[in-house]
Design a protein around this ligand. Structure first.
Ligand SMILES: Nc1ncnc2c1ncn2[C@@H]1O[C@H](COP(=O)(O)OP(=O)(O)OP(=O)(O)O)[C@@H](O)[C@H]1O
Ligand SMILES: [Mg+2]
Length: 251
């Protein structure tokens, strides 16, 4: 599904290489987790895949179901089925949460050649999904993420994901800042979307999230590369021993 080969990325503004040959394949139906020390390039990888400005791909490729992602505009990538839940969700003053969701859902439907969803159907669906994430009606009316608490923003990202039903979901530290109950809600939201046709890339620092979202594969990223890949046990090893042993093996 998502295939990243030998991806090298520099910053556009300064002469600095962040990703130094990332190789990663996420198969449909699988959940892959990425862990790794601060500053190792995890968020950069997610930004580059989603098409954020400021990065220059100098080598390598990234495809989704065989289609080149790196050539597309961000909205084309979204239409192709890629979704990124941000580490720091953006606030959009002046745009109501509900309006934003409806526009996004209908843009995707249009890109797939489907009709727009009726106002009534949309309302029913968004209320149902919001309820399971304990997002109340008032939060749906407020401008996107404006004044939302950290945890509310993260839940709102999952609501967007649930509404868009993307093929490939990337979650960047969606667990950070969540209280224990909210983490369970978010994990349940992700698990509800697990599907043989959908892939997940879950970036996290904590094994705790992976207790709820059981990953098939765990990768460790360090200094712009994936240096170790294993099963769920690898996350437990990191939780217990930190990165020192793994980093020294990788050299
Ligand atoms: N615009 C920028 N200017 C300078 N350095 C940058 C810029 N963007 C990213 N970097 C650097 O790139 C490296 C990778 O950053 P990135 O945010 O991808 O790390 P991360 O693995 O997501 O870390 P964390 O676990 O703390 O979220 C860091 O050293 C960061 O300082
Ligand atoms: Mg990050």
């Amino acid at each position: 599904m998502l295939e990243i080969k030998n991806l090298h990325v520099d910053l556009e503004e300064e002469d600095k290489t962040i990703l130094k040959g990332v190789n990663l394949t996420v198969e449909a139906g699988k959940v892959h987790a990425i862990m790794g020390p601060n500053g190792s390039g995890k968020s950069t990888l997610s930004y580059v895949l989603s098409g954020r400005d400021g990065y220059k791909v100098t080598q390598g490729s990234a495809t989704l179901s065989g289609v080149d992602l790196l050539d597309m505009e961000p909205e084309e990538r979204a239409a192709a089925g890629l979704f990124l839940a941000f580490q720091y969700p953006v606030e959009i003053p002046g745009v109501g949460n509900m309006t934003f969701l409806r526009t996004a859902v209908n843009a995707q439907r249009k890109a797939r050649g489907e009709d727009e969803m009726s106002a009534a159907d949309f309302l029913k669906l968004v209320r149902e999904k919001a309820k399971t994430l304990q997002i109340d009606a008032e939060m749906l009316k407020r401008p996107v993420n404006v004044g939302f608490s950290g945890g509310e923003k993260k839940r709102n990202e999952i609501l967007q994901m649930a509404m868009l039903e993307p093929k490939m979901c990337i979650l960047d530290e969606t667990d950070s800042g969540l209280d224990v109950d909210a983490m369970k809600l978010v994990a349940d939201g992700v698990n509800a979307l697990r599907d043989p046709g959908r892939g997940f890339l879950v970036i996290t620092h904590y094994q705790r999230l992976l207790d709820h979202i059981k990953p098939d594969v765990v990768h460790i990223m360090s200094d712009g590369r994936i240096i170790k890949t294993g099963g769920p046990d690898l996350a437990l090893e990191v939780e217990q021993n930190g990165y020192a042993d793994i980093l020294s093996e990788g050299v």
